[in-house]
Design a protein around this ligand. Structure first.
Ligand code: DAT
Length: 173
C-alpha cells in the first residue's frame, strides 16, 4: 500500500511535462522520474534512432528498472507515453495539452528535425496521448489540462497539489 500517490504527467514533447514535474517535485517532496534520463543513463534502449534523434526504448527493461522504486509511491513520471505503466502503479494521469502554434514554436526552438516536428504536431492535433491515456486507465483518474501559458502552469500545479493533499488524507492508515 502506497502512502504517497504516483502520478504520470504525459503529453506530446514540448507541452510542458518537465516544467510541471520539476515544480511539483519541489513543492510536494515527490520524486521526478524523467523516463528520458532513465532510458539513457540505465541503458533501457536498443540504440539510437538517427532519423528521430531519440532512443529506441526497451520497455521491458525500463519497467524492470523502475518497478521497485515506483511501487513505493511518491513518484511523478515524466514521459510522452503512458500505456506501458501497469494500472496498479498509477493513481493520477495528467495529460497536458497545448495550442499547435505554440507547440510549433517550442519544438522549433529545440531544433527538432522536420519529420519529428511534424509528427509531434500531428500527434497533438489528433489528441493521440489523451486517447492513449483514456484507453489505458480508468476515466476517473485521467485529467486533461492546458499548458499554453505560465499562468496555466501555476493553476495546474495548484490543482495537482490539492489533489495530492486529498489523496494522502483519503489513504491515511
Ligand atoms: P516537455 O517536458 O513536455 O517536453 P518542457 O517542460 O521541457 O516540455 O517545456 C518545453 C518548453 O516550453 C520549455 O522551454 C518551457 C516552455 N513551457 C512549457 N510549458 C509552458 C507553459 N505552460 N507556458 C509557457 N512556457 C512553457
Amino acid at each position: 500500500m502506497r502512502t504517497k500517490p504516483n502520478i504520470i504527467i504525459t503529453g506530446t514533447p514540448g507541452v510542458g511535462k518537465t516544467t510541471h514535474c520539476e515544480t511539483l517535485a519541489a513543492s510536494l517532496g515527490l520524486t521526478h522520474l524523467s523516463i528520458n534520463t532513465i532510458v539513457k543513463d540505465r541503458g533501457c534502449h536498443d540504440g539510437w534512432d538517427e532519423e528521430y534523434q531519440s532512443w529506441i526504448v526497451d520497455e521491458d527493461k525500463l519497467l524492470d528498472e523502475i518497478e521497485e522504486e515506483v511501487k513505493l509511491g511518491g513518484y511523478i513520471i515524466d514521459w510522452h507515453a503512458c500505456d506501458l505503466f501497469p494500472k496498479s502503479w498509477i493513481d493520477l494521469v495528467v495529460v497536458l495539452r497545448v495550442n499547435s502554434t505554440i507547440l510549433y514554436d517550442r519544438l522549433k526552438s529545440r531544433n527538432y528535425p522536420e519529420l519529428k516536428l511534424q509528427e509531434n504536431l500531428d500527434s497533438e492535433i489528433m489528441e493521440v496521448l489523451l486517447q492513449e491515456a483514456r484507453d489505458s486507465y480508468d476515466e476517473e483518474i485521467v485529467v486533461e489540462l492546458t499548458s499554453n501559458t505560465s499562468e496555466e502552469v501555476d493553476s495546474n500545479v495548484a490543482r495537482i497539489e490539492a489533489w495530492v493533499a486529498q489523496w494522502i488524507k483519503d489513504n491515511e492508515g
